[in-house]
Design a protein around this ligand. Structure first.
Ligand code: ACM
Length: 456
């Protein structure tokens, strides 16, 4: 999509009244009608309903279903008549649940909804935490993301949206603490994006809001900075394409310089299935792996094997189920050769959708590659699986707790339950160990995962 190079962004700061949707519509109508023209307006959090509810019932009484909402319908009419886009906080009802949401509206109608992920203080008494992930929206101006108020405190959400291409993040707020407005330039600079934080003003019960709505550019500079108490629409013109340039110096790029081999950021929105999440994770690990030369992988892999050799489980083991490694796996060839006089090694061979377990009887006995590129054993078939006292298992990703994700064929998950006497140990490169792997019913948990050198 080609985008307009100049966009007028407006912050509409005011004090919504608690429990009075009509009064809030009237106030917004008045302020928008008396402001200069903007291409997109950002309104505060819970602009439809006010904030400081005394009870769930009070919050429920001034909530609306998005598809049957006077507030949303008013915003759509206003967006159409002013030929503008509008982002606003709204008290959203869905069945018997409430969400602290933001809507994105174009002159054509409703474009999207975001539900606040991180609830602040007593909001937890009234609202459900968001369950729609971090959606991004293509607009004529560029890619836009939405956050609501206390979400700001979590750098991950800014980063994830920026990595996914957000150029402007619109951030309806009802801030009471004094930190956010001075933290926003850091978020904008770290991610080289525009941020529009529209706060509310005034009092609601015992809460006093801090106003001072800000628009910040990718250099972390304030373009708009409203006062604490003014109720007004203020605009500034920006070029969202500025947010596409992540270059900081001729040799530094805010995104390319990230050390994804050391730290990774994986969004697991609960809108996607475990299978989709696993697919994303496989893709992610594959990408990390391409950053290492085969020599480096071998060096790291040999470290892992050395650790394995020190384990009592290995030293005691007589019959070891292991794999004949592919070039991108922790290498096992020299290890197996080194120990084969002392221990019996069993290798898998794919037969149909099962693994047949055969004894390793020397390199010369391996058959050329199967359809996965794996060399196959031709030694005697092991019939008594109880003999196996140690299983060393490769995978694509592991957690420290022993969750394993394989290549997706499910061969190990079907075989490992039969190895009742075996201690099951996963071996991995450090970048294959992640915080979380979506678990499916058939997934087998390992007893241990070895992945880094003992000498750090
Ligand atoms: C807030 O999240 N309304 C502080």
């Amino acid at each position: 999509m080609s985008h307009a190079s100049k966009t007028k962004v407006g912050l509409l700061q005011f004090a919504p009244q608690r429990g009075d949707i009509s009064a809030n519509i009237e106030k917004i109508d008045y302020l928008l009608s008396n402001s200069v023209k903007a291409d997109i307006w950002i309104l505060p959090e819970l602009a439809s309903s006010g904030y400081n509810f005394a009870s769930f019932e009070e919050a429920m009484d001034c909530s609306e279903k998005i598809d049957n909402s006077n507030f949303v319908n008013f915003l759509i009419r206003k967006a159409e008549s002013l030929n503008t886009w509008i982002v606003s906080g709204i008290n959203e009802r869905d069945g018997d649940k409430l969400y602290n949401s933001a809507v994105l509206i174009s002159p054509e109608g409703l474009e999207g909804v975001y539900r606040k992920l991180h609830l602040f203080n007593r909001e937890k008494l009234f609202f459900e935490p968001g369950n729609m992930g971090l959606p991004l929206f293509d607009t004529p101006f560029g890619k836009i993301g939405l956050l609501v108020c206390f979400d700001w405190m979590f750098p991950e959400v800014w980063r994830i949206m920026a990595l996914k291409g957000a150029q402007l993040i619109c951030h309806p707020s009802n801030l009471v603490l004094p930190y956010c407005q001075s933290a926003i330039p850091g978020m904008a600079l770290n991610n080289r994006i525009f941020i529009a934080t529209t706060n509310r003003t005034g009092l609601d019960g015992d809460l006093e809001f801090t106003g001072q709505s800000v628009l910040v550019n990718p250099k972390g500079e304030y373009l708009l900075n409203l006062s604490k108490d003014e109720e007004a629409g203020r605009i500034a013109e920006i070029n969202l394409n500025d947010a596409l340039n992540k270059q900081m110096t001729p040799m530094n790029n805010a995104f390319d310089d990230r050390r994804e081999d050391i730290y990774t950021l994986i969004e697991t929105a609960n809108t996607s299935t475990p299978q989709q999440q696993k697919k994303n994770l496989r893709k992610h690990i594959r990408k990390l792996k391409t950053q290492y030369s085969p020599e480096t992988l071998k060096t790291i892999g040999c470290d892992v094997i050395q650790q394995l050799e020190k384990l009592p489980e290995f030293q005691k083991a007589k019959t070891i189920f292991i794999y004949w490694s592919l070039p991108d796996e922790v290498p096992t060839h020299e290890f197996i050769e080194k120990w084969r006089k002392d221990k019996t090694f069993i290798l898998p061979r794919i037969v149909g959708d099962h693994l047949e377990l055969r004894q390793y009887t020397g390199i010369e006995s391996l058959k050329p590659e199967d359809s996965f590129g794996i060399q196959e054993p031709t030694g005697p078939v092991l019939t008594d699986l109880d003999e196996i006292d140690l299983a060393i298992i490769p995978g694509i990703a592991f957690t420290e707790e022993g969750t394993r994700m394989g290549r997706g064929g499910g061969y190990y998950d079907r075989t490992l339950p039969f190895l009742e006497n075996a201690c099951k140990i996963g071996v991995a490169f450090p970048f294959q160990v992640v915080e979380e792997i979506p678990i499916e019913e058939h997934d087998i948990t390992l007893d241990k995962v070895i992945y880094k050198s003992l000498i750090e």
